[in-house]
Every structure is written in structure tokens, then in C-alpha cells.
Design a protein around this ligand. Structure first.
Ligand SMILES: Nc1ncnc2c1ncn2[C@@H]1O[C@H](COP(=O)(O)OP(=O)(O)OP(=O)(O)O)[C@@H](O)[C@H]1O
Length: 324
């Protein structure tokens, strides 16, 4: 069953210099209990898309399209309903979010807050739920009495995951949840996320620039470039046999999970992503594309079906599929 459906979602930031088209016409769907990875370089629009899902964008952002969560459009929801949906139906774990914990409040009180705000437990029952949640994320119950500075970065990120789980949401959006952590801790937190979503049947949208991390955790991958979806399909197929030259380069840049060498020197991807305010004509990837044809500088190919539940926005994919 479909839990989340994005239909032609676009986000434009209005700034003094003009309009920044950060997300352009993204359509995707996520089944209940499934995990979708959204990959792309810095600036490709991943975080903007994640924030749009729960209407957490700043006021200067204009969002278009439809975002259906369990059939209800998040973009047209009344504020009261939206407040009820946040945490209770869908929650978000941000990049480096552990720094967002309140330094002067005990961990337990911070985890209990969404539970109490949403009226899911009385104050005396909330402590029990907090202990359960801490245990689920691999922390001892006594940590409820600790302050954030008494925890390591990895432990703080576990607390953020406990908060995201607190109201038993159907969907967790994790935006670069492990980027700020060192490699060993990163692997532990990824395993935790993977196990928790599987155990509780929670759907997951995980965002990262690292395709290998996403392929390890998610069933399906969506690759973004310059605000647009350029490929989507089953994770291992996209990771090992990408159809779009950009996804291929991204997969080559991060060959193995947490490999420190690939982090320092991403291979296979020359040049910089385009400025969204000055996108090149044609396919936005063509100036960096190793297999670009002359027509790519004028022709922008839409996502084209490329096998079972796969699609890629590339002229080569289109030609191959048309010929077969
Ligand atoms: N508040 C804002 N005002 C104007 N432009 C913005 C704002 N936030 C993001 N942008 C622009 O929107 C584009 C997409 O940014 P976004 O942060 O969504 O990308 P990202 O793929 O998540 O990158 P990163 O991995 O670095 O977080 C970028 O060009 C960015 O400069």
C-alpha cells in the first residue's frame, strides 16, 4: 500500500537576486514499510525536498505539486492537522541534529516532550515509554537523567532517533543522519536505523550524498541532480548497474560504505554541480557528462522507463529502450 505520494513537487526560494528553483517536478511514491534513499551531491535539493514533506521550509520557499501522506495532501492541510501529523505520523532526523538538543534539559524530558504534547501518555507513564525508547536505540534507561554534553556524538544521534520514534510514526525522514559521525559510529547508527524500521514496519526516507550508504539501508533509490529526479529503481540495481551517467559517477565516488579514502577523494565525478539560478540549456548534467551527445546541450529528456520499476532521464536510456 502506498504511504506517501509526491506528485510533481517543486520548491522555489525567493531571494533578493531572484528565484532559486531548488526542487523541480519530483514525482515518487513510497510503500508502507519500505525504505527509499534519496541521493545527490550538495545543492541537488535533497534537504529542501525532505523539509517540504512536513512543510518545514522557510517562508521564502514556495512549494508546488501534491504531497499525499496516507491520501491527505500535506501542502493543503490546516495548521492544527499538520501539527498532529508532525511527530505522530511522520518525524524527521536532521543532519547533525544532535547539536539541536537543548543543552540545559535532561535527555529523558526531551524525549518525553513529543509524547506529552501529543497526549500519548500521562506524565507518570511517559517515563516508562522514555526508558523503552532508550533501550530500543541501545542506550541504558538511566541515560534519561543525563544532559546532552554528557553523551558522545553517536549517543546524541541515538537520542534524536529515540525522539523520532517517540510517537510511533508511520514514516521517518532521516536527512544525512550519520554524516557528522566518525566511520565506526556511523556504521552502528545505520544498523540501528535499518533494524528499527524493519522491526516496527516504519517507512523510511533516507537522504545522503553517499549512494553506498543508501544502497545498504534502503530498498529503492532515487537520484537527484539540479533539483530533479534523474533516476530511480531498486537499490542494488541502481548502485551496481546505474542507467544514468550521473548515478554511475555517484556510485563510483562512494564504492564502499564508510570508506575513508572515497570520502576524501570522490572518483569519477569532475566539475561542480550547476547553480540552480543559471542552469545550462538541455540536460543540466551535460557539461559534466562523459557520454554527452551534441543534442544533450539542447534536449532535456524526461524520466524514461528503463526496466521493471526503473526509470532514468537520459537520452541514451531513451534510445536503448526505444530500440528494444
Ligand atoms: N533558504 C534558502 N534560500 C535560498 N536558497 C536556498 C535556501 N536553502 C537552500 N537553497 C538552495 O537550494 C538548492 C538546494 O539546496 P539543498 O540544501 O536542498 O540541497 P542538498 O542536496 O540538501 O545539499 P546538502 O547536501 O549540502 O544539504 C541549493 O542551490 C541551495 O543553495
Amino acid at each position: 500500500m502506498t504511504l506517501l505520494e509526491l506528485d510533481d513537487v517543486s520548491v522555489t526560494y525567493r531571494i533578493a537576486a531572484g528565484e532559486v528553483p531548488a526542487v523541480r517536478g519530483v514525482s515518487l511514491s513510497l510503500d508502507s514499510g519500505a525504505a527509499l534513499g534519496v541521493a545527490g551531491e550538495s545543492g541537488s535539493g535533497k534537504s529542501t525536498l525532505a523539509m517540504a514533506l512536513l512543510r518545514l521550509l522557510p517562508r521564502d520557499a514556495r512549494v508546488g505539486g501534491r504531497i499525499l501522506l496516507d491520501g491527505e495532501d500535506v501542502l493543503t492541510m490546516k495548521w492544527g492537522r499538520l501539527r498532529a501529523v508532525r511527530w505522530a505520523e511522520a518525524s524527521i532526523v536532521f543532519q547533525g541534529a544532535q547539536h539541536g538538543l537543548n543543552a540545559v534539559r535532561r535527555i529523558g524530558d526531551q524525549i518525553a516532550e513529543p509524547i506529552l504534547v501529543h497526549g500519548l501518555a500521562k506524565p507518570d507513564e511517559a517515563a516508562k515509554r522514555v526508558a523503552e525508547l532508550l533501550e530500543q536505540v541501545g542506550l541504558p534507561a538511566w541515560r534519561a537523567r543525563s544532559y546532552p554534553h554528557e553523551l558522545s556524538g553517536g549517543q546524541r544521534q541515538r537520542v534524536m532517533i529515540a525522539m523520532a520514534l517517540a510517537c510511533s510514526p508511520k514514516l521517518i525522514i532521516a536527512d544525512e543522519p550519520t554524516t557528522a559521525l566518525d566511520v565506526m559510529v556511523q556504521a552502528q547508527v545505520l544498523t540501528l536505523i535499518k533494524d528499527l524500521v524493519a522491526e516496527h514496519g516504519i517507512s523510511l526516507i533516507m537522504i545522503s550524498h553517499d549512494l553506498s550508504v543508501l544502497a545498504d539501508v534502503c530498498d529503492r533509490l532515487a537520484v537527484m541532480y539540479a533539483g530533479r529526479l534523474v533516476e530511480h529503481g531498486p537499490s542494488l540495481e541502481v548502485f551496481h548497474d546505474a542507467r544514468h551517467p550521473y548515478s554511475k559517477a555517484l556510485a563510483a565516488a562512494f564504492p564502499t560504505v564508510g570508506d575513508p579514502v572515497s570520502r576524501l577523494a570522490p572518483k569519477g565525478l569532475g566539475g561542480d554541480p550547476p547553480d540552480p539560478m543559471h542552469l545550462p540549456a538541455g540536460c543540466p548534467f551535460h557539461p559534466r557528462c562523459p557520454v554527452a551527445l551534441e543534442e544533450c546541450s539542447t534536449l532535456d529528456v524526461e524520466l524514461w522507463p528503463a526496466g521493471d520499476r526503473r526509470a532514468a532521464a537520459c537520452v541514451h536510456v531513451r534510445s536503448k529502450e526505444e530500440a528494444s
